[in-house]
Design a binder for this molecule. Structure first.
Ligand code: COA
Ligand code: AMP
Length: 627
């Protein structure tokens, strides 16, 4: 632990308002806040514009010729670069396009678009005029998009006609039409960005062509918003089928991201930062769109995969070609690369240019992946921990403040601003090395969610009610003798599938709704590539004439159609009964253990011990455990 980190951390905890007001100087404000934090939240009397901070101010400072955005798309064979001046021009026009449709401050705009420069323009354009965007990931099915439309009640949807996955085109336009058919709230209009790979059909009177509107749009400037005004809503999996609308405010977000870029990631303005995620996730919001641009870095927008586009050398090519200094991805992506290139031959052959550090997050970084990447890259590999709700890392090795080193098994120290505790279920603090619930003392630092969209009660219930005075992160872990955190598992039914956060309860609801299913249990089972995959045990209703194969195929299809391909739900097994206690509680932990090939803890209160053998045999039949 360096003195610099220790001293910075201590200041952030002793005087949070003072600490973050000082950090706020990295941002250009219309009205500089006089108050750091009070009961109204962070920077309650500050005013600013996030797009101005990400774009315009760099042009005004004379850096208009510096590259802001590199679009690298192996799936279309395209590369494009936009300087800050070009980005300003594009964003001002898209903002003009929105304003031309009457969109103004506070209006919601859903962005249903893949990894295109226009997606970044759209996000920044909303920020420019004070509209609140909600980006929806393309791997979700129409029903999920419909839930988000109903909750956010957007006036407008900005969409692309298709996304491009290596194996197929994602039919965004028909999916969007279906979602609007399913939703109760109907957006006034949709603006469609037509991609040549698969143009979409416009619905007369509702849909408009992006290029046509852009051609007649007048550029629009930045409006001043309150620091507490929402910048975006991002939906994430909760413990039910209903997604939670995480709200991000303008002021806290800008300050936290600027601080994190310099102090956690250790980058400087003008350097190239690449987060290989998707704009549909929080990593894409914070570290593809806003964070790098606010600091004046070049950001990379990569429309491709770690492998198969065209090979396991793709990430290293991007890093080399675009002079990436700091790189961020999910452990699952490294596992995919290692699977295809175990000896790291692409790396050995071509190198990684200016890269100096790799950051991993999204799921627990397993020691094998850490060892492999640290050895093959020959540089520090930093596991760090955060979540959609927090918006930026809460546990990390702060490369800007302390020596960067690979830690095997730990996600690092608490980041300045985050005061952690490990509690038992009776709210009692646990000792070092004891596993308990990871909680963060309230108030959270800037940039973290102030609430859920139009659901203050849901926010309190989900995050604050469990341990008074603390934010419950939903993860279990411990701090070791050196004060480093080890994040071990979730305390709820959230699972992480290839870095994507899903609720098994949400999948269970879909499976249970199949007319032939009497009851079911869905758990997350270990998977060598994706970390975890969902698997279902299903009990058929009596007198249902459907063979097991047909039933499981229908269930798999349902989850894909209702939740989306991103769930990677491919496995279900039919059993005569589920392992349960005598009071009827399904033994999900035991099922999970069996799916992972571990000895299952069977309580004395089990209803029928034979259910255990049936479940184990059923899981084996469909290939579990698979490690
Ligand atoms: N739009 C539409 N569909 C998408 C999608 C998107 N943006 N992203 C993924 N999908 C689909 C895929 O096409 C696939 O569908 P299929 O069942 O028809 O093949 C399904 O969702 C699962 O995709 P994916 O998770 O990408 O699995 P994969 O086996 O194709 O690839 C990895 C495995 C590890 C290479 C891939 O998951 C990956 O790159 N993960 C990194 C994730 C990440 O960066 N997360 C952000 C956290 S920081
Ligand atoms: P998301 O909101 O999609 O970013 O998912 C957040 C969740 O992913 C966290 O609550 C953790 O369960 C998990 N997670 C993210 N990063 C890590 C990490 N470095 N180590 C362990 N779990 C992680």
């Amino acid at each position: 632990m360096s003195d610099r980190y220790t001293e910075t951390y201590a200041r952030s905890i002793e005087d949070p308002s003072g600490f973050w007001l000082k950090a706020a100087r990295a941002i250009d404000w219309d009205v500089f806040p006089t108050v750091g934090h009070d009961e109204r939240g962070w920077f309650p009397d500050g005013r600013l514009n996030t797009c101005y901070n990400a774009v315009d101010r760099h042009v005004i400072a004379g850096n208009g010729d510096r590259v802001a955005l590199i679009y690298d798309s192996p799936v279309t064979g395209t590369q494009q670069r936009f300087t800050f001046a070009e980005l300003q021009h594009e964003v001002a026009l898209v903002a003009g396009m929105l304003a031309g449709r009457g969109i103004a401050k506070g209006d919601r705009v859903i962005i249903y678009m893949p990894m295109l420069p226009e997606t970044i323009f759209a996000m920044l354009a909303c920020a420019r005029i004070g509209a609140i965007h909600s980006v929806v990931f393309g791997g979700f099915a129409p029903a999920e998009l419909a839930k988000r439309i109903d909750d956010a009640e957007p006036r407008l949807v900005l969409a692309a006609s298709c996304g491009i996955e290596p194996s197929r085109n994602v039919h965004y336009k028909p999916l969007l039409d279906e979602a609007i058919r399913l939703s109760t709230h109907k957006p006034e209009a949709c603006i469609l960005f037509q991609r040549p790979q698969e143009p979409g059909t416009l619905v007369e009177g509702r849909d408009f062509d992006w290029a046509e509107l852009r051609a007649i749009a007048e550029p629009v400037g930045c409006v001043s918003v309150a620091a507490s005004d929402p910048l975006y809503i991002l939906y994430t999996s909760g413990t039910t089928g209903a997604p939670k609308g995480v709200v991000r405010d303008n002021g806290g977000n800008a300050v936290a991201l600027a601080w994190s870029m310099a102090n956690i990631y250790g980058v400087k303005p003008g350097e190239v930062f690449w987060a290989a995620s998707d704009v549909g996730w929080v990593v894409g919001h914070s570290y593809i769109a806003y964070g790098p641009l606010i600091l004046g870095c070049t950001t990379v927008l990569y429309e491709g995969k770690p492998v198969g586009t065209p090979d396991a050398g793709a990430f290293w090519r991007v890093i080399r070609e675009h002079d990436v200094s700091v790189f961020f991805t999910a452990p699952t992506a490294i596992r995919a690369i290692r699977r295809d290139d175990p000896e790291g031959e692409y790396l050995a052959r071509d190198g990684t240019g200016k890269l100096r550090v790799l950051f991993l997050a999204g799921e627990r970084a397993d020691p094998d992946t850490l060892h492999w990447s640290a050895e093959k890259l020959g540089m520090p590999v930093i596991d760090h921990w955060w979540q959609t709700e927090l918006g930026w890392p809460a546990l990390a090795t702060c490369v800007g403040l302390e020596r960067s080193e690979t830690l095997f098994g730990s996600a690092g120290h608490p980041v300045p601003g985050f005061e952690f505790a490990v509690l038992d279920q009776e709210h009692q603090p646990l000792d070092r090395d004891e596993i308990g619930e990871l909680v963060i003392k309230m108030p959270l630092p800037p940039g973290c969610l102030p609430t859920l969209w139009r659901n203050d009660e849901g926010y309190r219930e989900a995050y604050l009610a469990r341990h008074p005075g603390y934010y419950t992160a939903g993860d279990a872990g411990f701090f070791d003798g050196d004060g480093r955190a080890h994040v071990m598992s979730r305390i709820d039914d959230i699972i992480n599938v290839a870095g994507h956060r899903l609720s098994t309860a949400g999948i269970e609801q879909i499976v249970a709704a199949h007319p032939a299913v009497a009851e079911c249990a869905v758990v997350g089972a270990a998977d060598a590539l994706k970390g975890m995959v969902p698997v279902a045990l299903v009990v058929r209703k009596s007198r249902v004439a459907m063979d097991d194969k047909q039933l499981t195929q229908e269930i798999v299809r349902r989850v894909r159609d209702e939740l989306g391909p991103v769930a990677a739900f491919h496995d279900a097994a039919v059993v005569d009964m589920l392992p349960k206690t005598r009071s009827g509680k399904i033994l999900r932990a035991a099922i999970r253990d069996m799916a992972d090939g571990k000895p299952a803890k069977i309580p004395a209160t089990i209803e029928d011990p034979a259910a255990i053998d049936l479940a184990r045999a059923a899981l084996e039949r469909i290939g579990f455990p698979r490690g």
